[in-house]
Design a protein around this ligand. Sequence first.
Ligand code: DX5
Ligand code: ZN
Length: 229
Amino acid sequence: MILYGLMEEPLLAPSLLSADFSDMRSALALIEAAGADWVHFDVMDGRFVPNLTFGPKMAADLKPHTRLPLDVHLMTVEPERLVPAFAAAGADYLSFHLEACVHAHRLVETIRSSGAKPGIAIVPSTPASLLAELLPLVDLVLVMTVDPGQGGQHLILSCLEKCAALAAQRAERGLSFLISLDGGINAETIPLASRAGADVLVMGSAFFSADDPAAALRKARDAFKAARR
Ligand code: DX5
Ligand code: ZN
């Protein structure tokens, strides 16, 4: 299937979730030196998911140490309570889960008016069709390809069909949101992600456990482009 509007190059977004939390500044420097496009910042609250990670102060403290866009992924209940602080901390993309918010339309508008680019995220059990009304309003759709909460899991293949459906919707409706795939993205799954129409690839363990993270990103880019030809 040829999909209109696909990017030739992926945006590669290593996730700080897989970094050494005692040395985040070095992790950020590694991400930048390795040639990444974005920095993915996973916020977990111990409620939407069992795990706990970072608050807005971590984002604000890291922000001056990178030129790359900060891609904040809120895996939290009541995301509206955290949006102002993360926008103020310098989030460039600010995504929250549809499953965690009744008034998603309002929150998208709030994020945009706070100066960040709004993103909407869905877990594997949420159909892409539930995003129909939001697609014209967001800059990013984050399709979780694992159940959220931790790194190092296997990609759930059926989530790629949602990615393809979203890419088709985008083309049909003339929209321009980016599609990000998050979870289990690695050398084996990147060709599948590329063929499904993804734009942004979040890489946690595949980046930080690589012997040579720069080479891992080069290979990711090449594999993405090869699968798209
Ligand atoms: C998982 C997070 C991901 C995580 C991905 O809940 O949203 O961003 O860092 O990790 P990997 O790439 O190891 O699956
Ligand atoms: Zn994430």
